[in-house]
Design a protein around this ligand. Sequence first.
Ligand code: CO8
Length: 258
Amino acid sequence: MEYNNVLVEIEDKVALVTINRPKQLNALNAETISELSNCFETLEQNKSVRAILLTGSGEKSFVAGADIKEFASFGKEQGAELSRRGHNQLFNKVENLTKPVIALINGFALGGGLELAMSCHYRFASENAKLGLPEVGLGVIPGYGGTQRLPQLVGKGRAMEMIFTAKMVSAKEACEMGLVNDVVAPDDLLELGKKSAKAITRNSGNAIAEAIKAVNAGYEFQNHGLEKEIEHFGNCFGTPEFKEGTGAFLEKRKPNFD
Ligand code: CO8
């Protein structure tokens, strides 16, 4: 599998997928989303792969969000369409993959980056990781499932606090609230992921696939919420506050929402 922005290594039934745009802190542009989509589809079909680890390249970032440069000029319909395409191409696909996907959060996991980690079946983080949904600071809401999957993992109150304040939490705080399962030193993160994946490969792949389907079935009622998220995400696009928020990021200044 050869991609521009994604690296894939397979060893002992475990695939390691690395998002590789380190200069942009691994931000998810359309090409990367499409490559990840293709990569997960291919791994799903590969009978020699039983578990998947997903991480970001470099020491600084897992994924710093959707690529803001790509959507800053979009209006309502384009915004909603972008969100819907992302849900279908990648985020829902990862969540419903029949092989476990473990996110190894090696730095910033922000916006679409945290949303991608939350689509994975579970998460480990390194001590330097910082997690958050900063979208309201850009004049928009989480649009890749964050409004649904964060409350599932941490409860409604903590999720709303994180979404409304746009604050980042440390790996330790994320672990305490159940957003990640364990925290280790940066050098030990891959080893922890491999150990967990190895344990998975010793068990019945068929039974694990059925377990994923059964667990996810309990959350199917939230599909309505995902649809509503797309609608409300689109509503934010093209507004004066959206232009101010995304413009401020691109101009490297603080936004003014007064
Ligand atoms: N998009 C595009 N470029 C990015 C992004 C991003 N999300 N994050 C970082 N970069 C780029 C920077 O522009 C910079 O590029 P350049 O060197 O060309 O100026 C480079 O990466 C390095 O970043 P910084 O210089 O800013 O590094 P710092 O260490 O100073 O700061 C931060 C690191 C705090 C992570 C900072 O980069 C930041 O705040 N990034 C944006 C985080 C963010 O707001 N993420 C949410 C994006 S919105 C989103 O994800 C919505 C999801 C739903 C979308 C659905 C459809 C689109």
